[in-house]
Design a protein around this ligand. Sequence first.
Ligand code: URA
Length: 280
Amino acid sequence: MERLQKILSQAGVASRRTAEDLMRQGRVTVNGETVRELGTKADPAVDDIRVDGRRVKSAERPRYVLLNKPKGYVTTRSDPQRRSTVMELLAGVREYVYPVGRLDYDTEGLLLLTNDGDLAARLTHPRHEVPRVYEVKVAGVPDDHDIDRIAKGVTIDGRRTQPARVELMPGRHESHATLRITIAEGRNRQVRRMFDAIGHPVDYLRRIAIGPLRDVRLKPGHWRDLSDDEVRALRRAAHTPTSPSGSSARAGNAPAARRPPGTTPAAGPRRRARAPRTRH
Ligand code: URA
């Protein structure tokens, strides 16, 4: 959040002093409300700020930052509880970027931050949400039935989750299992709650892909700018309406062609039928 007069001057609308005059004259609105109070703050990323009815656009160059978020950081620009925020990891980024979507305090992995409000809005719009892939370590080992339930949708807060792609990664444990899940919804703590719903709580959660964006070499706590190709790919992904069809990693009858658009077929993990559990 920034003071309105600062936002207006950064956007090249007027000097700060003139911006204050515009406010006093009742010519500035935020989300449809006239704002005369000089200390008023707004968020140029989300608020509809207008002068004389004209939308104020940020003058900054668009910036697209991919961060590998470590645990222990809040996904917000500022935290009222004063916990560490992801913004503290962005040394050197001067533009007013903000997180697109959210990773929980305890979740690691890829997080996109940008000042491109249009793209951010499209990426998080329920109709265009791009598929995101998570690696999940859960307590116990979900069986075929559990995996099918997650893939077809479980009920959270009275509403069923959309179909998801779920794959059990090969491993020889009885106490825990690692899975990959692809979802195109962004409900609060969605992955954790989906696995809670089948009785296998999440121990560890990491996002490994956002639509076309992946980076196995980006270390936790580090960030980089997206390449032009990545930005183009992201725009394409955000334009494409997503209607993921569920497919579990179950043996034989899983329809191979049914997977969320924008994801690649699973190359690494073996299918469940070919990776029988070995008991110790
Ligand atoms: N789902 C979750 O439960 N947590 C995240 O951070 C992201 C998706």
